[in-house]
Design a protein. Sequence first.
Length: 213
Amino acid sequence: MTNVLVVKANNRPDGVSTKMYERFIASAAENKELNVTTYDLYNEDLPYLGQDLFSAFGKLQNNGALTEAEGRLMAAKQKAMDAFAAADVLVFAFPLWNLTIPAVLHTFIDYVYAAGFTFKYNADGSMAQLQKHKKVVLLNARGGVYSTPEAAGMEMSVNYMRNVFGGVFGMEIIDEVVIEGHNANPGQAAAIIEEGLKKVAAVPANIARQLVR
């Protein structure tokens, strides 16, 4: 059995990345080799990374008592890390908003982007990747067209996810579906979206084929 954590980063009922999430869940339900859990970021308490976290780290090192805000943030961080740790595969369903990822997804990444958990520094100062055994799937939607050479440099959602999970964390990105251009081409929107959703529906079987022993 392969444990799959689906991180949902869109709370718009009609959002295209929401439809991608829904299609993935429906298709995965037909595959008994996958144990699928959803981490819905808009239903989670996700305080932003900041001084409360750094203050809490210092207090914990000295057996100090945490404030309510510090305890809340540490609990949220630990919950995200526990969910991450339990997964063999992480599937991210997320939109491109204002050229990047939603703030809730960035906060989730802030929680797991931690020395000693996803990476560590060696004695010589080099970085070692600690989560190379985990796999990643990216399901992204963007209304404009960013796959052209002229626009690719402006796209900071999929590129960011690749750099973090494939780069810093050393995790293999085993599948990627991007639906783009449906807002830029409203006359073709339905066809563009449905073509992408068909690709999403095939992802659970691809995961099982690659990972289930």
